[in-house]
Write a protein that binds this ligand. Structure first.
Ligand code: C2O
Ligand code: CU
Ligand code: CU
Length: 511
């Protein structure tokens, strides 16, 4: 049986008589018939026969408003070197579709969460009040914060509870990061209901500080016809959820009026649960100047497109082409085939925003410094580790569904999966032995991609950049160099949040 048809038929599966014949899908998928240990229970499985809810039309949220910058989280302390603030996670009502209100979950009523603006070296103290109906945590995605301040699933703040997160940023850090919940099995829901926000860390020696800059926080939203955010269905748990709306700073396809001097710096966060953003601005080339971990060593200019996997960030310089035009240029998320099960192989293109270039002043060639960051030589790896991502299907009655595994195991909050020594450079070989893409993410530090291998073909990385999240295509192997700098338990997982919740996550003990 073909894998795609198998999943297409899953929605009505509970009405089928299961013959018991072993079922082997194409590729490397294993069918777990008897071995049910570690089977992550899919909350959606119980409601498999529930009729699909009618969704809001794709034009229900009005388009064309002028792009607004994200709301900024106010620092309660004046002066420099310290940042103190409060985040209240709570249900809120917002108006997205005219004539309707939508209940979202938000930080401080803001959708998406407010922008946290920090400076390298800052002492940070953030108070969380959890007014959600379930436990939550705040994870500071990408920031090197102490393990017990990093919102691990084991450090949940119960409904009605509060806690303070404290950490001090290194003096040499910069870039776009983000914060989001990380509770056991409920991260996906909390993020798709609205809990995620950007963090911008600045340094005093930013070589691009003179450029006009925007933060674009991209989120994904599904709404029913009556304006509600529905729960995940079976296919969402398998593929990761994608809604019918992709929002930029909470706005549907807004208008961006481009800077009159002809160049802008866009800092883009993919805060969606599972949507791949293959960014294109037809007629314009893009310069990649930074990734998850801040500036690249050298800018990559003349790019036609940039793939931003879920949880990744990019720092991009965009130029007016020199053609004054009254018609807007759409920033697209072009179709990207990530091997989704069941439905269409490729998503439809999404118009994220409309860019209005109103100038003919185009700096050409781009006025970027040749070196954006000096790059220290990384020591040779002293230790090797291997992480294999896999999928397996279960047909056992009442538990039909997928398992997503790391090294053959489903997440266990009481288990240590790997041990690393603080300060030791390691090479991790990450293998995607499954039929769909998975973005690999690790907490506590950032890594260098050494090379990628697919179909026996090895591609060395052509430029130096720091990441905390790297995408792996089906049957791809990625080798990274990584050093952990603080002791404690760190999570590593697939950042399709549904997969994370289903157990595609492990625990690294840094000693
Ligand atoms: Cu952004 Cu462990 O996650
Ligand atoms: Cu993280
Ligand atoms: Cu995954």
């Amino acid at each position: 049986m073909d894998r795609r048809n198998f999943f297409a038929g899953l929605a009505g599966l509970s009405t089928l008589a299961w013959t018991g014949a072993p079922l082997r899908a194409k590729g490397t998928m294993n069918v777990a018939m008897d071995n049910m240990s570690g089977m992550a229970k899919m909350p959606a499985m119980n409601g498999m026969d529930a009729p699909a809810q009618r969704l809001a039309a794709t034009d229900a949220i009005p388009i064309g408003g002028v792009l607004q910058p994200p709301r900024v989280l106010q620092n309660e302390i004046s002066g420099t070197g310290k940042f103190k603030a409060t985040l209240v996670a709570a249900p809120a009502r917002v108006s997205l579709v005219p004539g309707q209100t939508t209940e979202i979950w938000s930080y401080n009523g803001s959708f998406p969460g407010p922008l946290i603006e920090l400076t390298a070296g800052d002492e940070v103290e953030i108070n969380l009040h959890n007014r959600l109906p379930q436990a939550t945590t705040i994870h500071w995605h990408g920031l090197p914060v102490p393990a017990d301040q990093d919102g691990n699933p084991s450090d949940a703040v119960p409904a009605g509870g509060s806690r303070v997160y404290r950490f001090t940023l290194p003096t040499d850090i910069s870039g776009l990061y983000w914060y989001h919940p990380h509770p056991h099995k409920q991260s996906a829901e909390q993020v798709y209901r609205g809990l995620a926000g950007p963090i911008l860390v600045r340094t005093k020696d930013d070589p691009l500080a003179a450029l006009p800059e925007r933060v674009l926080a991209i989120t994904d939203l599904r709404l029913t016809a009556d304006g509600a955010i529905p729960a995940n269905d079976t296919m969402d748990w398998m593929n990761g959820r994608e809604g019918q709306f992709v929002l930029v700073n909470g706005q549907h396809r807004p208008k961006l009026v481009f800077d009159a001097n002809g160049q802008e710096r866009w800092r883009i966060l993919n805060a969606t649960n599972a949507r791949y953003l293959r960014l294109q601005l037809p007629g314009h080339s893009l310069a990649l100047v930074g990734t998850d971990g801040g500036p690249l060593e050298r800018a990559q200019i003349g790019l036609r497109e940039i793939l931003v996997a879920p949880a990744q960030r990019v720092d991009v310089v965009v130029y007016a082409t020199g053609q004054r035009s009254m018609s807007p240029s759409p920033l697209l998320a072009a179709p990207y085939n990530r091997g989704k099960m069941g439905g269409a192989a490729e998503d439809a293109p999404v118009q994220l925003l409309d860019v209005l270039f109103s100038t003919t002043r185009a700096p050409s060639p781009p006025t970027l410094p040749p070196v954006l960051r000096s790059w220290p030589q990384w020591p040779a790896a002293a230790v090797q580790k291997r992480v294999v991502m896999s999928e397996s299907m279960s047909m056992a009655k009442g538990q039909q569904g997928m398992q997503f595994l790391l090294n053959g195991k489903s997440f266990d909050m009481a288990r240590v999966d790997l041990i690393s020594e603080m300060g030791v450079t390691e090479e991790w070989t990450i293998v995607n032995d499954s039929d769909m893409d998975h973005p690999f993410h690790i907490h506590g530090t950032q890594f260098l991609v050494v090379e990628r291998e697919i179909g026996g073909q090895i591609r060395k990385e052509t430029f130096r950049a720091l990441y905390d999240t790297v995408n792996l295509k089906s049957q791809e192997t990625v080798r990274i160099k990584i050093v952990q700098t603080m002791k404690g338990i760190r999570m590593f997982h697939c950042h399709l949040l549904e997969h994370e919740d289903l157990g595609m996550m492990g625990r690294l003990n840094v000693i």
